[in-house]
Design a binder for this molecule. Structure first.
Ligand SMILES: Nc1nc2c(ncn2[C@@H]2O[C@H](COP(=O)(O)OP(=O)(O)OP(=O)(O)O)[C@@H](O)[C@H]2O)c(=O)[nH]1
Ligand SMILES: [Mg+2]
Ligand SMILES: [Zn+2]
Length: 307
């Protein structure tokens, strides 16, 4: 007996129904596995599982920063996994703040110009990277807009100190593929002044990921100031964390007697006293030994700020 088309139709799984089942919003209300915290949303946290399912949940008894691995129970973020690395900073307000965790690499993003390159800030970030367990990569953006001679000189000096440098333009795409190759399989946190182009760079690396919308400023340029740190997945594996621009970057978390370790040119100097802090006291050779006096100035400034 031949069945009617209606009967056959009735036995076939309803595609709408199937779609409904597979698209059922997984709630991430509880999870035995660790999830990733991809963004803080006020006092809540956006978490993501390895299928890419996201939920915004409140926390209970857990301090969470972007890129933390967290556990969720009954709709609450209840536990943070031990952090492999931490990016910390101090500011005008008392105490140390954790900006992000678990990053392997710190991308110190600066602009060739506008805003101007500030070596003093790079020095601070290099300290924070080494102290927090991240390797640094100095990314010079806006290379399309001309390259001041002194910036090139600074870059060469940082490279000589062991900090690799990447020249890019998020606008034209120049150097972006080379940079992308340095990000594969790692978690990289982008740090730098407001307006150096961190978010534009992330948008270049991951088309469609970042909403670059905003008002035009007085000069008719787009403004889309980032207001919260957020982690994005790279198509080829790895992650990038876009962070709001920083104005002041304190490294008060580093004990002052440890600061020397993070200035390679101050290692193993033949000063009179082995524990010399290189502040210019009797028998200190630091001034004669360094070839870049501003680095020593940076160091001494930080010693004053650190406990
Ligand atoms: N000429 C030029 N302009 C760029 C480049 N990259 C970004 N810009 C511009 O620089 C401005 C700031 O870019 P953003 O990506 O918002 O900078 P940001 O570092 O994310 O800033 P915050 O979120 O405030 O920290 C925008 O007007 C961009 O269009 C570049 O490579 N070349
Ligand atoms: Mg931004
Ligand atoms: Zn000394």
């Amino acid at each position: 007996m031949r069945r009617s088309e209606e009967e056959e139709e009735a036995e076939r799984p309803d595609p709408r129904q199937r779609r409904h089942v597979s698209r059922r919003e997984p709630t991430l209300k509880s999870s035995a596995e660790w999830l990733e915290a991809v963004e803080r949303v006020g006092r809540w946290v956006r978490v993501r599982d390895d299928r890419g399912v996201e939920a915004v949940l409140p926390t209970r008894g857990a301090h969470v920063v972007v890129a933390d691995r967290v556990r969720v129970a009954e709709g609450l973020v209840v536990e943070t996994a031990p952090r492999r690395t931490v990016l910390e900073r101090t500011g005008e307000t008392a105490g140390v703040r954790i900006v992000a965790s678990n990053a392997d690499q710190m991308l110190i993003v600066a602009a060739a110009s506008d805003p101007p390159f500030r070596p003093g800030l790079v020095d601070r970030m290099l300290v924070a990277a080494a102290y927090g367990g991240m390797t640094p990569l100095l990314v010079l953006n806006k290379c399309d807009a001309g390259m001041p001679e002194e910036v090139l000189e600074w870059l060469a000096r940082y490279e000589a100190l062991g900090c690799p440098v990447a020249l890019v333009s998020a606008q034209t795409g120049q150097g972006v593929d080379e940079l992308a190759a340095l990000l594969v399989g790692k978690t990289s946190v982008l740090l730098g002044h407001s307006g150096v182009g961190k978010s534009t760079l992330v948008a270049r690396l991951i088309p469609g990921a970042v909403a670059l919308t905003g008002e035009l400023d007085a000069w008719g340029r787009g403004r889309h100031t980032t207001t919260s740190a957020r982690m994005y997945n790279l198509a080829g594996g790895g992650r990038v964390i876009d962070v709001p621009g920083i104005r002041e970057f304190g490294v008060g978390q580093v004990p002052r007697t440890e600061l020397r370790r993070y200035f390679p040119e101050l290692l193993d100097l033949p000063c009179k006293f082995r524990d010399c802090l290189h502040l210019g006291d009797e028998g200190c050779v630091a001034e004669a030994a360094v070839t870049w006096p501003e680095r020593l100035e940076s160091y001494r400034k930080l010693v004053e700020e650190c406990l």
